[in-house]
Design a protein around this ligand. Structure first.
Ligand code: GLU
Length: 304
């Protein structure tokens, strides 16, 4: 597996740096676009790494997988009454569709949907406790107590997140947010600001490749049905308005973030995380997507 990963990543290394880093979040604007790391974990605990695999970065929207897991665990299928599960076909921060669909976001992986998921989590605890529970979950899943929020990124998003503020206010007006907008966004901006490496991210996602149970510790986080549903939404909605293209290229459930990270799940087998900050026009890592395509083709891991 190490050879396979090294070969696949080396073969796309000349694409590193092509694209643009997400400079609409000031704290992310200065990141070196030439970084590139990748990690794979399989269900038996073997793992492989490449390049900057151990370097922490802002996981951004990849965090939406973890908050969705928390909310599904907390309220089960009732979640789907407040958030849809259809690809949006629109950019991740689009407001137009939200108006047409009366404040019910298309899916939990666009910003509006993830903001509703935060609102659901706040039914069970206050802002600080919700953030603490999220970190506890991610640390436990990754088996690494050092994972934390990058407060500088969270502040930067809070200072410039006017569009997210608009989305949240809009949903509040439609009655789809129960808690104060500022509280909901505090949780949302912090989830986006979790800093993790590809090694930590691949490890933390392994439960999704294993019916909701961590195969290495035996701890259960989701039912197999819940894990399957999350993978389905990752497959259809995990990459903004280019989710179809990702399914075409990679053929696996995945979730990307504008920090340049992507997680992909090989059901029943493995989890893969890649990171390279330069993004393609739809907001996913350019090199990361190419690397995943190559890894999956070489390993014959695609489900499609
Ligand atoms: N924090 C980012 C935002 O709200 C997340 C975007 C993303 O990674 O898709 O715009």
């Amino acid at each position: 597996m190490q050879q396979l990963l090294t070969r696949a990543c080396s073969s796309v290394a000349d694409s590193v740096g092509r694209g643009h880093v997400a400079d609409y979040i000031p704290a992310l604007a200065g990141i070196d676009p030439r970084r590139f790391g990748a990690a794979i974990f399989t269900r038996d605990g073997s793992h492989a790494t490449f390049g900057d695999a151990g370097e922490r970065f802002s996981i951004q929207s990849v965090s939406k997988v973890f908050t969705l897991a928390m909310a599904l665990r907390a309220i089960g299928p009732a979640l789907w009454e407040r958030v849809g599960r259809e690809p949006s076909g629109n950019p991740f921060n689009s407001i137009v569709q939200l108006e047409q669909e009366r404040g019910i976001p298309r899916n939990p992986f666009i910003n509006a949907g993830a903001i509703v998921v935060c609102d659901i989590l706040l039914d069970f605890a206050g802002v600080e406790e919700t953030k603490r529970r999220l970190l506890t979950l991610v640390r436990e899943l990754a088996q690494d107590p050092t994972i934390g929020f990058d407060e500088q990124v969270a502040d930067s998003e809070a200072e410039t997140g006017f569009r997210n503020l608009a989305l949240a206010n809009f949903m509040k007006a439609f009655g789809n947010l129960r808690h104060p907008v500022d509280d909901v966004l505090d949780v949302y901006f912090h989830q986006c600001a979790i800093a993790m490496s590809t090694v930590q991210l691949a490890r933390a996602s392994l439960f999704l490749a294993s019916d909701g149970q961590d195969p290495l510790t035996g701890s259960g986080y989701l039912t197999d049905d819940q894990a399957r549903r999350i993978c389905s939404v990752m497959l259809t909605c995990g990459h903004y308005d280019a989710s179809g293209d990702f399914a075409f290229r990679v053929g696996l459930p995945g979730k990307s973030g504008v920090g340049g990270g992507i997680v992909a799940i090989v059901p029943g087998r493995a989890s893969i995380a890649v990171w390279s900050p330069a993004l393609n026009p739809s907001g996913s890592s350019h090199t990361g997507t190419l690397a995943l395509e190559k890894i999956v083709m070489d390993a014959r891991w695609h489900i499609l």
